[in-house]
Design a binder for this molecule. Sequence first.
Ligand SMILES: *Cc1c(COP(=O)(O)O)cnc(C)c1O
Length: 379
Amino acid sequence: MSADDPRGLSADSLLVALSRPREPGAPVNAPLVLSSTFRAGGEVGYARDGNPGWSDLEHALGVLEGGHALAFASGMAAASALLETLPPDALVVASRVAYHGVHVLLREREAAGRLRVRAVDTLDAEATATACAGADLLWLETPTNPLLGVADVVRLAAAAHARGALVVVDSTLATPLRQRPLELGADLVLHSATKYLGGHADLMAGAVAGPTELLDRVEATSRLTGSVLDPFAAFLLSRSLRTLPLRVQRQNENGRAVAEALAGHAAVESVHYPGRGGAEQEEIAARQMRGRGGMVTIAVRGGGAGAKRFLHRLQLVHPAASLGGVESLASVPRETSHTHLSEADLKSRGISEGLVRLSLGIEDTEDLIRDLRHALDAT
Ligand SMILES: *Cc1c(COP(=O)(O)O)cnc(C)c1O
């Protein structure tokens, strides 16, 4: 955990300077420390309590989010450590379309009598505010998955705080470069660093950022239960963070270009992209995001069969789950990320059979649009 950068560097420079030892003869990259135990008398004695690879990483993530940060073995490890800190029988208000792992985790904790869950549509600020009465925690995810709606963090955080609830924002889809939830009033921010922060589909990691008062208990849980980040994954993640601003900028440009290019295609029924869902959504997105990100979801004509034909014809874009990597991916939420929902739930949440979620990578924009158009022409 760490706060402001003492050198006053901007995020881009800080990420490049990360883990660069300064002594003459030192390697330019900080060495990977693979040791489960350390000689007695030092600050850390055992690997569950610390690794030199975490500190720079946590410092960088803390500065990016405007708080302190903790690294975890995965996004889900971070989410479960957070929920673990809640008092028995706590009431959690959460989106009806949260990330499927989080959704199932909340349901299971509820079934086990550990928590109570109140599901809401977080794009309906009025209903969400009302649901926060008596709640301990409001769990937001914005942009939402897979329809990329934008929840109004400023308004919802104020409403939750007025009713005594803490606010967590899962900001995985936005990255700290597109939105800074702590500045918008959230108490804690969660990331699956497996996605944009890692960015190369080669590691699993998670992070939580916020003030130390709240993080101390999350840290104690994480150290106790061993949901800590593997040193090699920490090394890879530090390496990835150096290029985060460049990657995210290109992914953002590709997201915007693809959303525009596919909107008029005859085989596309609708295009979902942060801010596209009407004037109010545009106003919230413009206010709380800097750029709209690299995710675009489209409804393809011809339902499930149309979506399958589309995926099958793609040559540059890989048909695969997950998101945020340098390579563009396409997935059908009904078959990958939202398999836990019943048919009625899928319908009521607008997750239709022809829905395809695209995670745009850093390939050339025109190549991507050509590939997507060519595959759509066949449906
Ligand atoms: C992937 C993801 C998670 C879970 O993270 P893992 O690293 O896969 O454990 C949580 N929230 C969102 C929005 C995600 O996309």
